[in-house]
Design a protein around this ligand. Structure first.
Ligand code: PEP
Ligand code: MN
Length: 371
């Protein structure tokens, strides 16, 4: 059961204390307090754990601090979309909205290599009105002999270049808790020229200690990739780990599943699950066409498979696209063969907007049928 308080209720107010007294007198009920920061205000939600079936909903709703009570019907207590649940989805970070209704594109380098390449990428993004990017500094690689990313050493100059080109959010994978601290330090030392969305990659979807640590901090939102070899339920529980520790600013990313059934794509594209995630949770949903398809193969219609699957995800309502670009793919240190070029950026954005418009028309059509 979730008890949602009126906005502006202070934790030292008599209404709040009366409510806590009410629960403290019930020894079989444990309370977990969540502060949910929205664009305008912070809302307090109290999650009740234990024998909640014995609680009287009407009585709780009658207490002065309480706005409403949501009965939890599903197992994803915090991220889930429960019966009767009209709580809003999404969050604001660095002035950018992330929710289940809009769409943000994060085009950028799979791995940071040279300042020249990073600058060319960021300039192209600014030239095309983009304010988000992806830049990997810590790369989880299959082979221990492959380039592992520049790590903390590149962060200051990457952040400074982001500030120069007005990039507001960089999606950046972390593979260890210490990376959160390193990112925070580099942002502090450069005066916060940009923001970072911590990315937890598919190899770490069930790294529970990493999830707990990313969930315990509230400086950065988290982009969680679906695990490539586990069930959807297991991946959604990984998102619940983040949220249950207190960080509600989560985007859930689909990036394809590891199975030979998806050949010749690198992974089996799972973008049909975009509406499923939106139905089961209140999280914005990201698609990653680069790591799903993993090649620049194209059909007889001259459209890249990657562009096709992007359109398929967007036309099904995806809210974010994470996609690899590189100014000189041949020189990329990671994933060059799947990178799109800077010349392709305006084409890609236009193709995405066609699909997005089509999704909005489909949504309006469905609404007219149901009204
Ligand atoms: C990436 O986005 O660079 C990446 C490694 O993705 P994934 O975790 O989906 O393989
Ligand atoms: Mn990659």
């Amino acid at each position: 059961m979730i008890v949602i308080l009126h906005s502006g209720i202070e934790t030292d107010s008599s209404d709040y204390l009366q409510l806590m007294d009410y629960f403290n007198n019930r020894p079989d009920i444990e309370t977990r307090i969540h502060q949910v920061a929205g664009a305008q205000q912070t809302i307090t939600e109290i999650y009740l754990i234990g024998n909640t079936s014995a609680l009287n909903r009407k009585e709780i709703e009658g207490l002065a601090a309480v706005e409403r009570v949501v009965r939890i019907s599903e197992e994803y207590r915090v991220i889930g979309r429960h019966h009767d649940d009209s709580r809003s989805c999404g969050f604001d970070y660095k002035g950018i909205q992330f929710n289940q209704d809009n769409l943000n594109v994060f085009a950028g380098l799979c791995a940071v290599d040279t300042p020249e390449h990073v600058e060319l990428m960021m300039k192209a993004l600014q030239d095309h009105g983009q304010v988000c990017t992806r830049m990997g500094a810590y790369k989880p690689r299959t082979s221990p002999y492959a380039f592992q990313g520049h790590g903390a050493s590149c962060l200051p100059w990457v952040f400074e270049l982001a500030g120069k080109y007005d990039i507001k959010v960089i999606a950046m994978e972390i593979t260890h808790d210490s990376h959160i601290k390193e990112i925070r330090q580099a942002l502090d030392s450069t005066g916060h020229p940009t923001g970072v969305m911590l990315q937890i990659g598919t190899r770490n979807t069930q790294n529970f200690e990493l999830l707990k640590n990313a969930g315990r901090q509230n400086d950065f939102p988290v982009l969680l990739k679906r695990g490539f070899g586990i069930t959807l339920e297991e991946s959604l529980n990984a998102a619940e780990y983040l949220a249950s520790e207190g960080n509600h600013r989560i985007v859930f990313a689909l990036r394809g599943m590891k199975t030979n059934m998806g050949d010749p794509h690198r992974n089996f594209v799972d973008f049909a699950h975009v509406p499923v995630i939106k139905r089961l949770t209140r999280l914005p949903v990201c698609i990653d066409p680069s790591h799903s398809v993993g090649s620049r193969d194209q059909g007889p219609d001259n459209i890249l498979d990657m562009a096709h699957v992007t359109a398929q995800g967007v036309i099904a309502g995806a809210n974010m696209i994470l996609v690899d670009f590189h100014p000189v793919p041949k020189k990329a240190l990671v994933d060059g063969p799947q990178a799109l070029t800077l010349e392709e950026l305006p084409y890609f954005l236009e193709d995405v907007s066609i699909a997005h418009e089509a999704y909005q028309k489909r949504k309006a059509l469905a609404a007219s049928l149901n009204s």
